[in-house]
Design a protein around this ligand. Structure first.
Ligand code: ATP
Ligand code: MG
Length: 443
């Protein structure tokens, strides 16, 4: 007996009552078998969209995917995507079937799905699990296996290549050999897939618990998205600072930052400029002059090509360009950085630097420095010490009240006062600041 959601159960009961077949399918069933909590239940049914509309005529429904046979049924705030059994027509663009045909046979519907683990169908009324491709055993053994002829399936829809990598990373599964082989042979078709969809899969992949392994094992495939990833493989840095090639180093950094999209992207891309900037000096030591800047530039190109949002792009590029900047263990210096970057970005930089350091030659690892910097920064935040204009005890209006003219000068004076407060030359206190400001009046 599987615990399926109330909404999915009601959808299935209603369809069954009306004389149709209905099953919960896909990711939710896979997750339940794995003992993971499942959300987003999908239902597949023999009822056509028109028949579904009759069955759910007194319920709230959204018809967004109706031409593909999908009706979203809402119960108690839960959305249950309910789709008519279908088979996909021919694929000519490696992404979209030219037609979608409905069928009354669930086996046809399960056959069009991507992997065996995603093709299990469960009926809660009869308590039966339909498992025609051995998906349950594959889940139990942690295996991702394409349904049918792998090459044909990736030719039909090349996004499945990245779905496989993403599932491998998120679920910690291995990809079966024939499937893996077919992925590599079909990788050139990724060029036909929408950039946004690729980015969505990549983001999930790098946030998965097995991101390090998946990046290291699939550098060739990932090279179709970010060419440097393939070039980083086996790239000896020729320096005592590193014992790993750039790829291994990068994968370890990814593993060592918390799994948020921004931090993981920073880690993944922080050194992509290295393959473009490598030089060896007369002693045989490798250097990567200006690789920060080059990495940030290449990251920017990547974000533009893959249509990332501006906030992510700007934040990640900024931190990459700073990733080798030494943060001195000095309260005033740290306050100035906090002011310039904002606290969130500052702590992201620190997390990236810590992870980067950890992925160096173990003899060169020095985490104490990061502990010290972090402690000082936390102290500044806890004390609510002033490091930005919004924390300053006076503002432009206060300056106007004591006789400053509205305009550029106000900004200059406020910046000067902030700087003196940050440098602890003056207290962040209204009377003192006004007194200091008036000394500049008419001067
Ligand atoms: P997630 O945990 O990300 O939701 P999921 O397996 O539920 O994983 P969805 O994208 O929600 O993935 O898709 C639901 C189901 O639809 C999948 O389990 C699979 O059976 C099928 N499916 C989704 N995308 C594809 C695809 N590109 N090719 C074939 N079948 C697919
Ligand atoms: Mg899903």
């Amino acid at each position: 007996m599987f615990e399926i959601s109330k909404g999915a159960k009601r959808v299935i009961e209603k369809l069954t009552h009306a004389g149709y077949e209905a099953y919960a399918v896909g990711g939710a069933i896979r997750d339940i078998i794995m003992g993971r909590s499942a959300s987003d239940f999908d239902v597949t049914t023999s009822a056509t969209p028109e028949q579904m509309k009759v069955v759910f005529s007194s319920d709230r429904v959204i018809e967004t995917g109706i031409q593909h046979g999908t009706l979203t049924v809402l119960f108690d705030g839960e959305c249950v995507e309910t789709t008519t059994y279908r088979v996909d027509g021919e694929y000519s663009d490696n992404r979209h079937p030219e037609s979608v045909e409905f069928t009354t046979n669930i086996e046809n519907d399960l056959s069009r799905r991507d992997f065996t683990m995603n093709a299990l169908a469960y009926n809660p009324i009869a308590d039966t699990l339909l498992d025609i491709f051995g998906g349950k055993a594959d889940i139990e053994n942690g295996i991702i296996r394409a349904i049918g002829e792998p090459k044909r399936r990736f030719y039909e829809d090349a996004l499945r290549i990245l779905r496989a990598l993403r599932f491998s990373s998120v679920l910690g599964f291995e990809i079966e050999e024939k499937t893996k082989q077919a992925m590599l042979e079909s990788a050139h078709l990724l060029k036909n897939i929408s950039k946004e969809r690729i980015a969505t899969e990549l983001n999930k992949l790098i946030c998965g618990k097995d991101a390090k392994r998946v990046i290291m094992e699939n550098y060739e495939l990932l090279g179709y998205i970010i060419p440097e990833i393939a070039q980083m493989h086996g790239f000896d840095q020729c320096t005592p600072w590193h014992i790993y090639d750039i790829l291994t180093h990068t994968a370890i950094v990814v593993d060592n930052v918390p799994p948020t999209i921004e931090l993981r992207l920073m880690a993944l891309l922080h050194d992509i400029g290295k393959v473009h900037t490598f030089v060896v000096d007369e002693k045989g030591i490798g250097h990567f002059p200006s690789h920060n800047g080059v990495s940030a530039e290449r990251a920017r190109e990547f974000f533009n090509e893959y249509k990332y949002d501006n906030a992510t792009k700007e934040r990640v590029c900024k931190i990459i360009s700073l990733h080798d900047t030494y943060i001195s263990e000095d309260r005033v210096y740290i306050k100035k950085r906090l002011n310039r970057m904002g606290a969130e970005a500052f702590f992201q930089l620190l997390q990236l630097q810590r992870a980067d350091n950890l992925a160096h030659n173990p003899e060169k690892v020095n985490l104490k420095h990061f502990d010290v910097v972090e402690k000082i920064a936390n102290q500044i935040i806890e004390e609510q010490a002033c490091f930005s204009l919004k924390d300053l005890a006076i503002n432009g209006r206060d300056l106007i009240k004591i006789g400053f003219k509205p305009g550029k000068e106000i900004g200059i004076i406020l910046d000067m006062l902030l700087n003196e407060v940050i440098e602890e030359k003056i207290e962040n206190e209204k009377t003192a600041l006004l007194k200091r400001a008036s000394a500049e009046l008419g001067g």
